[in-house]
Design a protein around this ligand. Structure first.
Ligand code: 9YW
Length: 433
């Protein structure tokens, strides 16, 4: 990337502080997203964390991914949470007693959730390998992680293509990584919430209610997760009352197939099946989820077959797909009124011009470092160096002012949510390289 030589001296403190956050949040073999609020291992967090950790300790970055894949289910699914048995099981809701993975077929010995998160892992594993190929070879990192990544992608493409469109569906808002995105409002409205007496929210002990999902939404999350569990974590449109084909999830999968092709080549295997899969996913994304009039991608409701025309930042993130034919249009949309790339920073999670944009509430407006990092990565991939450098500079400025917060007001830069948030620190380290 840009090289340490170009790093302004003023960011030396940021660099040191980011390393401290990652050291503090490390637990034996993985990093917690934030002490207190998120005391276990989260799936896509670990991918982003590895991308930063690789600069600090390539071996720790490898272990971060290996510990997550150590909890992979026999069907290939990678659970969205791997519970730390040393932590009070009631510290986070829903915990192990809710998911009951121990009685699910093919689950690992360690307790996990039964849903997934966006597949950022192949990209992260490839970047981790690239950071220190010698250290990776010494530990047999690629031979170990590659088959697990292949099984993970196979679970998604085989079991989660619920409509036959060649796209993968998320079956719970938590799976999207963008829990309460306005994009999920319409499909969620069909779900009857579990009564609030059925569960105790732990998140509100750590964060302000005004910055978190509402109780009603939480009740719906609980209902969906419970139905999935009670169906033995089987995948079909009949089981899943909520099912959406999400642009970000499918884009990460396509970019991930590209990364798997690179790994296959490195391992002396045939990369062509992965390249073909990447092509197929990229074509399905564009033909099914792209809206040329809006200049962005939208999720599709797998039950109705209709696009959900709601301006989530996820609709810009297929920019990470190599060779995407509509990259220029996505960049133009990002620079327009809805996302104001070059002014608002981090990229807002939701259309700034929408009547229900909420700059402080979670995935309904605030900017997150991971989505901005993905857009930055995409800008560089498509040769937009000046825009990428400008975004990088603005992101670092924001983090320097606000600290390693979970999310930020994209207009004022005010920090929200958890402090010392791991992926914010990790991706900051990556931006500083
Ligand atoms: C929750 C851990 C996770 C992230 C998700 C984010 C949030 C968990 O935290 O979900 O309790 O709501 O939405 O993307 O992985 O950082």
């Amino acid at each position: 990337t840009s090289g340490a030589a170009q790093r302004p001296a003023v960011f030396g403190d940021v660099d040191r502080a980011a390393r401290r956050v990652l050291a503090t949040n490390w637990r034996r073999c993985a990093t917690v997203p934030a002490a207190g609020l998120y005391p276990h291992q989260w799936s896509w967090d670990s991918a982003f964390i590895a991308i930063g950790l690789r600069h600090l300790s390539p071996v720790r970055a490898q272990r971060e991914l290996e510990s997550l894949f150590g909890a992979q289910w026999r069907d290939g699914r990678v659970p969205h949470i791997v519970f730390d048995p040393h932590v009070d099981p009631d510290a986070y809701f829903p915990g192990p007693s809710f998911w009951r993975s121990a009685s699910a077929p093919g689950a690992p010995a360690v307790p996990t959730s039964g849903i997934v998160q966006p597949p950022a892992h192949a990209l992260a594993a490839w970047l981790t390998y690239r950071a220190d190929p010698a250290a990776a070879r010494a530990r047999g990192f690629l031979p170990r992680i590659y088959p697990r990544l292949v099984a993970w992608h196979r679970y998604l493409t085989a079991r989660r293509d619920l409509t036959g469109a060649g796209l993968v569906a998320f079956v719970h808002p938590w799976e999207s990584g963008m829990d309460n995105s306005p994009a999920w409002d319409a499909p969620l409205a069909r779900i009857t919430p579990a009564p609030t007496g059925d569960f105790t929210r732990r998140d509100l002990h750590h964060a302000a209610a005004a910055e978190r999902p509402t109780d009603e939404d939480y009740g719906r999350y609980v209902r969906l997760a419970r139905d999935y569990r009670d169906a033995g974590y089987a995948d079909s449109l009949r089981v899943h009352a909520f099912a959406v084909e999400d642009p970000l999830g499918n884009a990460l999968l396509a970019a991930g197939e590209d990364a798997l092709a690179a790994m296959a080549t490195e391992l002396g295997r045939d990369p062509r099946p992965h390249l073909a899969a990447a092509e197929r996913l990229s074509a399905a994304l564009v033909s099914t989820l792209y809206d040329p009039a809006a200049g962005m991608f939208f999720p599709r409701d797998a039950h109705t077959g209709a696009l959900i025309r709601s301006g989530s930042v996820g609709g810009l993130l297929p920019l990470i797909v190599p060779g995407l034919p509509v990259a220029a249009a996505l960049i133009a949309t990002a620079r327009g009124d809805r996302f104001r790339l070059g002014q608002a920073c981090p990229l807002p999670s939701y259309d700034l011009t929408a009547a229900d944009h909420d700059p402080g509430r979670y995935w309904r407006g605030p900017g997150w470092i991971n989505t901005s990092w993905l857009f930055w990565h995409g800008l560089r991939l498509h040769g937009e160096t000046a825009l990428a450098d400008d975004l990088r500079r603005r992101l670092l400025e924001r983090v320097r002012a606000a600290g390693f917060r979970e999310y930020l007001d994209p207009l004022t830069g005010a920090g929200h949510g958890a402090d010392d948030f791991s992926w914010t620190a990790a991706l900051t380290l990556d931006l500083l390289r």
